[in-house]
Design a protein around this ligand. Structure first.
Ligand code: HEM
Length: 876
């Protein structure tokens, strides 16, 4: 393989060039910009006839289909042949080769699409039902099981919500019909989006995104909705949970929707496990980050769970599909383990379980490529703490004092609430042990104890803030306290993300050029309703997985260390009476992360969620396989789109990649990106830096509730300043028993630029900025002609009740008396001054202090006291 690369034939080179040109030209073509460019608004899906928002219909409930016994048959894709043969020849396929079309031609094309859809819908639905029957049969036979002991390397990322499973029903219909239409109409892979992306009324009815929420209340609300809807008032579903990931580039699948498995020059791609074992080798000791702490890794994972949760296929009743059984077919895409595998071969293991991500219709409800679903809100809003839907959020609340639930453990207060039914599927020491999994807004919280610890700390931060707000504002309801505390915690998370985390990962140059640095004062005025904040598929499937390379072999815990394989899915350490969350957190700030490079710990590439030796998972192989499952274009395309120069790998690394792949144009995005030399001042290479920076730019500009925004949902300037004072270290100090911590807990080493900070007396948020009613009196002004005055303001910034008080109030006083002075004259002056001030009060009840001072000077200059009296006889 390596030889081919060193001496490429002319045709190979031409092939690559054509492919790259195709990608670049397609991205620049107008139609693609409309689809992909987040800065362009997309229309809300509507019924094309009534122009009303569409309702969701459950396509399966619409038409019950006879179950069939299929387990004895190897599962084959069921071709809807009857549909293709019938109307196939009557269609004018040439219409679908044209780029420029007149309205008449478009109408003809729409009619053709509609007739294909109506002819094939029932067959597609029958195929889906047949697949469901197969799943049921595997479940009934005890092959697919529910929960933690179901197959090798079971992890909580496999726990898919029923809501996602429901959306996937229409996802399968959309993908099935689009594939069929592309086949019938001879539409080439690269033309699918351009030619098929049209609303077809029958399909629109089946699309879950046709139903739009009512945003009347949200339009003026100070608070985000729990599910992220109504953030963008023109595109109400943008960023909502249970909506598709968007793409930077069109997908590259095999055969329309099948995982990318073929080289651009034909022949198979190298196996994901082979790339992992040969390229993503074990991190070595000298491979540590020179500066960043293991907390940088952990915060990255916590943040990742805020903004993305892929929906993976499940079997009957949410069981875990065992894809290593023969003949499973779609949605199985098992990871093949070669017989000479350096590790798994000793266990005679040849297969690693892997299910494909569920398909979803796209947000426009038009036909097109297979897309994947984000179950969490796309925004940075703390949804991993609060949940991404109202039911989850409610289940975590106490509904008293705005607080979140905590674990009722007499020995260790303030842990997360217990998951008494073990729905989160973690490993418990025994069924009746006091140790239970925890409940949080994201079901992956129990994945390992460091993640549980950050969840616990931020849950505590919420409760602390709710208490602080409640102490100053007796009248606030549980709902206002919850909403305001959630708003503050979301803002703190955003501030830490942009100020500390991204700064450490991307470095100054990228932060500045993408406008990611937070302002030091005032508001950020860059909100753009045309920017779609949605998480991009290239980001979630490859670029933001850079953090997997930062994971150390073990968690440092006091004097000892715990290998990750011993603590995956085990909450025990958190319950440890001699340490728990505090000790885990201290261990994270006290140890280095691994460097971002091609190397990953064996804890992740051999022992992921291992239950017995030899049967753990391989996260690097999973990342590569997931990229292929999602049709993520190869690394070189993304590198081109990001304008990255050549030679961004060390020669050794580039040679190692080229030895594995038939051509550099096959390199998977995760492998090519994670192994680049890092950008100046940052920790990731230029391609990942570009993808990550673009994503966080969209998450900033496209979030109406971004913490630095002005507008009717905004923090007051003084409140915003309080948020800006927060750091991750302060949050840790405020919510643990840790006594000292580096000022910047993302950086391990302390010194003059990162001094150790005592947690004793670490500053809290100044809740006074949230106090409703009159402020304290301000200072007295200087004495002017025996008179001074002072002001107090009415604090009715949101969410205060506007009836508490209004405007500002002033107090005027005689400040000097004179021997023999005529005090009655001074009192008269005070009265006149007061009436001038009253006249100056605007509608909002506010007197401007400068204007008041000028008025006093003017009055004084007209009247009363002689200059020499002032100088000689005054008494304070
Ligand atoms: C001990 C630490 C970690 C473990 C065990 C872990 C494990 C996993 C697993 C099992 C998946 C699902 C893979 C798939 O099926 O496609 C995943 C996905 C992902 N991980 Fe990690 N991870 C860790 C740390 C991190 C860190 C530090 C980051 C980023 C800084 C990160 C970012 C991601 C992203 C972006 C995804 C895709 C999310 C999604 O599936 O929606 N992970 N990780």
């Amino acid at each position: 393989m390596g030889e081919r690369l060193e001496r490429p034939t002319l045709s190979l080179l031409i092939g690559c060039l054509v492919l790259l040109t195709w990608a670049v030209v397609n991205l620049q073509a107008e139609e693609h910009i409309v689809l992909l460019d987040p800065t362009i608004e997309q229309p809300e899906p509507q019924d094309p006839i009534t122009k009303q928002p569409m309702q969701i219909l459950d396509p399966i409930a619409k038409q019950p289909i006879e179950p069939v016994d299929v387990i004895t048959q190897p599962k084959q894709p069921i071709e809807p042949v009857d549909v293709i043969t019938q109307p196939n020849d009557n269609f004018d396929k040439t219409l679908f080769q044209q780029v420029e079309v007149t309205p008449e031609v478009q109408a003809k094309k729409d009619a053709i699409l509609e007739s294909i859809v109506s002819a094939s819908l029932s067959t597609i639905e029958r195929n889906i039902q047949a697949a469901d029957d197969l799943d049921k049969a595997f479940f009934d036979k005890g092959i697919d099981k529910i929960g933690v002991s179901s197959t090798d390397a079971f992890g909580p990322h496999l726990l898919t919500s029923p809501q996602a499973i429901k959306i996937a029903i229409s996802g399968k219909i959309f993908t099935g019909i689009s594939k069929l239409a592309a086949e019938i109409l001879n539409i080439s892979e690269q033309n699918i989006e351009r030619q098929l992306s049209r609303p077809v009324p029958i399909l629109t009815e089946l699309c879950n995104f046709s139903f739009l929420p009512d945003c009347t209340l949200a339009a003026t609300s100070r608070y985000r909705t729990i599910d992220g809807s109504c953030n963008n008032l023109n595109n109400r579903l943008w960023g909502r949970s249970f909506t598709p990931f968007e793409r930077m580039m069109p997908a590259l699948y095999d055969s329309f929707d099948q995982p990318r498995q073929t080289s651009v020059f034909n022949g198979p791609l190298p196996l994901a496990r082979t790339i992992s074992s040969q390229f993503h080798a074990q991190s070595v000791l000298g491979d540590l980050m020179p500066d960043l702490s293991h907390m940088s890794m952990e915060f990255g994972q916590f943040l990742s769970h805020d903004i993305q949760r892929n929906a993976l296929s499940t079997g009957y009743q949410g069981s875990n599909i065992d894809c290593c059984q023969p003949n499973r077919g779609d949605p199985c895409f098992p990871i093949e383990i070669p017989s000479d595998d350096p590790y798994y071969s000793q266990f005679n293991r040849t297969c690693m379980n892997f299910v494909r991500a569920l398909p979803t219709p796209n947000l426009d409800c038009t036909m097109g490529q297979r897309q994947q679903l984000n179950q969490n809100t796309h925004y940075i809003d703390g949804s991993q703490i609060y949940g991404s839907d109202v039911a989850t959020s409610n289940s975590l609340r106490t509904f008293v004092g705005g607080k979140l639930q905590t674990g009722a453990d007499p020995n260790i207060p303030n842990l997360l609430p217990k998951d008494l039914n073990n729905n989160a599927n973690c490993h418990l020491p025994s069924a009746n042990s006091n140790v239970k999994c925890f409940l949080a807004g994201d079901v992956r919280a129990n994945q390992q104890p460091a993640l549980i610890s950050l969840h616990t700390i931020f849950m505590r931060e919420h409760n602390r803030i709710a208490e602080g707000l409640s102490a100053l504002n007796n009248g606030w309801s549980d709902q206002i306290l919850f909403d305001e505390a959630r708003k503050i915690v979301g803002a703190i998370l955003q501030h830490i993300t942009y100020k500390e985390f991204l700064q450490a990962i991307l470095g100054d140059t990228i932060m500045i050029s993408y406008g990611l640095k937070p302002s030091t004062s005032g508001y950020f005025n860059g909100y753009a309703s045309s920017v779609n904040p949605a998480i991009k598929n290239e980001f979630t499937t490859a670029a933001f997985r850079f953090g997997h390379s930062m994971v150390h072999d073990s968690l440092k815990y006091s004097g000892t260390s715990h290998l990750f394989k011993d603590v995956f899915l085990k909450p025990d350490l958190v319950y440890d009476l001699s340490g728990g969350v505090d000790t885990i957190t201290k261990g994270l700030t006290d140890s280095y992360s691994q460097k971002v490079d091609e190397r990953l710990s064996h804890q992740l590439t051999r022992h992921l969620f291992e239950q017995q030796p030899g049967f753990g998972g391989d996260l690097a192989a999973i990342n590569i396989q997931r990229g292929r499952d999602h049709g993520i274009p190869f690394y070189m395309l993304l590198k081109t789109i990001c304008n990255v120069d050549d030679n961004v790998h060390s020669p050794t690394v580039w040679n190692a990649l080229n030895a594995l792949y038939q051509t550099e144009f096959d390199i998977d995005l995760f492998s090519g990106g994670v192994s680049e030399n890092s950008v100046a001042g940052g920790k990731v290479g230029p391609t990942f830096a570009c993808i990550i920076a673009k994503q966080f730019q969209a998450l900033k500009k496209g979030d109406r509730y971004f913490y630095e925004n002005s507008g009717n949902q905004a923090f007051s300037p003084a409140q915003l300043d309080e948020i800006r004072k927060t750091t991750l270290s302060k949050v840790i100090c405020r919510n643990t028993g840790i006594t000292s911590i580096p000022s910047n807990s993302f950086v391990k080493d302390t010194g003059p630029s990162n001094p150790m900070m005592s947690c004793n007396g670490v500053s809290d948020i100044d809740y006074n900025q949230w106090k409703c009613g009159w402020s304290n009196w301000g200072p007295w002004t200087i004495c002017v002609n025996s008179i001074r005055f002072r002001l107090r303001t009415c604090r009715q910034q949101k969410p205060c009740d506007a009836n508490v008080c209004i405007g500002n109030a002033f107090q005027v006083q005689m400040c000097r008396t004179f021997i023999d002075a005529d005090t009655s004259k001074i009192e008269a002056l005070i009265q006149r001054f007061e009436s001038v001030l009253a006249g100056q009060q605007k509608n909002d009840g506010v007197v401007d202090i400068n204007t008041a001072q000028k008025a006093l000077q003017k009055l004084s200059s007209q009247d009363i006291i002689k200059k020499n009296e002032l100088d000689t006889n005054l008494v304070e």
